[in-house]
Design a protein around this ligand. Structure first.
Ligand SMILES: CCCCCCCC/C=C\CCCCCCCC(=O)N[C@@H](Cc1ccccc1)C(=O)O
Ligand SMILES: [Zn+2]
Ligand SMILES: [Zn+2]
Length: 478
């Protein structure tokens, strides 16, 4: 199904079985990676000491990767890493695996174990980066190390790009790697990056997990709103101050959600693919969205996570004003982070924002913005999508549904849009609502078993990618 038969694939795959010693080594390697606090604090504030240490660390735990003649390693933008794994068949178009080594800050408060301890407790490795995204950095290199130790030589070349500043926009890491590859004339068959997961427990009534491969990601706008008023003595205040005017404006934005775009989005396709997994009557409702669409879209927007799938979201993230307790504030500033629905553009959202604020005392300044990413193919001919699907079916046979969807966050992969039309955002891990909240939150952790399975997934995926077969139409099982 999906990909053609085995005729032109490698004669025999190397089995994805790891010895007890290898399994211990792989979890210890991840713990060591978590221990290095590669934190991106703010736009130009990174822990460069930790990033440099991380570079040394991967050299020490993956020696075979670094000494293999057909694996070239380059450091880009000081702390990002680009590996070129030369395949034996130059007629096959290369692909790329992405991950990032930086993490968001993690103050100790609220954590069950210190966030940079990498401690193992009850079968879980705890710490910042265990899901986002040192697990992927380490699993990709670990899978390659184990393949090379088994004398594997790929047929299809591939790149591994490990950014160091994804959490603060990727301008010095991913963006520079993309520019370098473009200057070298590289075109990629596809890219696989972080993003969606095998989702478990996000939809009431749906007991079974399902895999969502994100084929697009939302756009983003960081918009600053500013109000200036004349400063003065607080004992005789004007009727409105800059703080009051701005607070009312941002409150209007928070209270006026952007339009629900359910009808024009990918989510409809995703739900239709999930329909037959639901019990009656949900299966009938989801199979007939032409009729029940309005009802379903109202139910989806009730939950704050699924709400992000149907509209541009509005998050008030920063607010600054005031200089002294008894001074009327001359200026008030707020920053709003919008995530733009794939059915809208940055321009359309900005128009809506101005109409909602409707106060010409409020000035707007777009700090950064980009439109939603193009939708990558997920049809039967889409090599990257079909390889993911094939590997999900092999490594997670209990997962019946693999469907295309939207990534609500942003990833480094957006910087590579000129190099390929096939960008797929998928982590081969189970995710439930609690683990979703731990990403950028507290008590981020990964089970040892899940990490081993992620290594296994990449180990198999790389071998599956050696196919020279065009994907063929898949037949639905009876
Ligand atoms: C029917 C389907 C139900 C689906 C429920 C949805 C569940 C969502 C699952 C996973 C989403 C996780 C997104 C993780 C990827 C985000 C990575 C990230 O944190 N990126 C940062 C990057 C960034 C971008 C721009 C400036 C600074 C940082 C981000 O998006 O903020
Ligand atoms: Zn990430
Ligand atoms: Zn992140």
């Amino acid at each position: 199904k999906g990909l053609g038969g085995q005729k032109h694939q490698r004669a025999s795959q190397i089995p994805s079985q790891f010895s007890q010693g290898e399994r211990v080594a792989m979890k210890e390697a991840l713990k060591g990676a978590i221990h290095i606090p590669t934190v991106s604090f703010g736009p130009k504030e990174l822990n460069t000491t930790a990033l440099a240490e991380f570079g040394e660390y991967i050299r020490s735990v993956f020696p075979t990767v670094f000494k293999t003649s057909f694996v070239q390693h380059e450091v880009i933008g000081e702390y990002s890493h680009l590996f070129t794994v030369q395949g034996s068949d130059p007629s096959l178009q290369p692909y790329m695996l992405l991950a990032h080594s930086d993490v968001v800050p993690a103050p100790d408060e609220g954590w069950e174990v210190p966030p940079f301890s990498g401690l193992e407790r009850d079968g879980f490795i705890h710490g910042r980066g265990t899901l986002d995204n040192k697990n992927s950095v380490m699993a990709i290199l670990q899978a390659l190390e184990l393949l090379l130790l088994r004398n594997y030589i790929p047929r299809r070349s591939f790149f591994i790009a490990l950014g160091h500043d994804e959490e603060i926009s990727g301008h010095n890491g991913a963006q520079k790697i993309a520019a370098l590859l473009q200057a070298r004339g590289v075109q990629l068959a596809f890219i696989v990056d972080e993003g969606n997961f095998i989702l478990d427990g996000f939809i009431p009534n749906l007991k079974k997990p399902f895999a969502i491969i994100a084929v697009t990601e939302k756009g983003a706008i960081n918009l600053m709103l500013q109000v200036n008023t004349t400063p003065g003595h607080s004992s005789a205040p004007p009727k409105e101050t800059s703080i009051g005017i701005l607070a009312a404006a941002v409150s209007r934005l928070e209270q006026t959600p952007m339009p629900n775009m359910f009808g024009s989005g990918l989510l409809k396709t995703t739900l239709q693919e999930l329909a037959h997994e639901f019990p009656f009557p949900t299966n009938i409702i989801l199979s007939n969205l032409w009729l029940f669409g309005p009802l379903v879209s109202r139910l989806i927007e009730r939950n704050y996570i699924t709400n992000a799938l149907v509209r541009t979201t509005t998050a008030l993230t920063m607010f600054n004003a005031g200089v002294k307790v008894n001074v009327i504030p001359p200026v008030a500033q707020a920053i709003i982070n919008f995530r733009v629905d794939p059915a809208q553009t940055v321009q359309e959202v900005l128009e809506l924002v101005k109409n909602i604020v409707a106060d010409n005392r409020v000035q707007f300044q777009v700090l950064s913005a980009f439109d939603p990413l193009p939708v990558s193919p997920s049809d039967h001919q889409a090599l990257g999508y079909q390889l993911l699907r094939q590997t999900i079916r092999s490594v997670f046979p209990e997962v019946n549904i693999v469907a295309p969807g939207v990534c609500i966050g942003n990833t480094d992969s957006r910087h590579y849009a000129n190099l390929t039309t096939g960008i797929y955002r998928f982590n081969p891990l189970y995710l439930n609502p609690q683990s979703f909240r731990s990403i950028h939150g507290i008590n981020e952790k990964i089970s040892v078993r899940a990490y081993e399975t992620q290594v296994k997934f990449i180990f198999e995926f790389v071998q599956n990618a050696d196919t020279d077969q065009e994907p063929v139409p898949h037949l639905h099982e009876l």
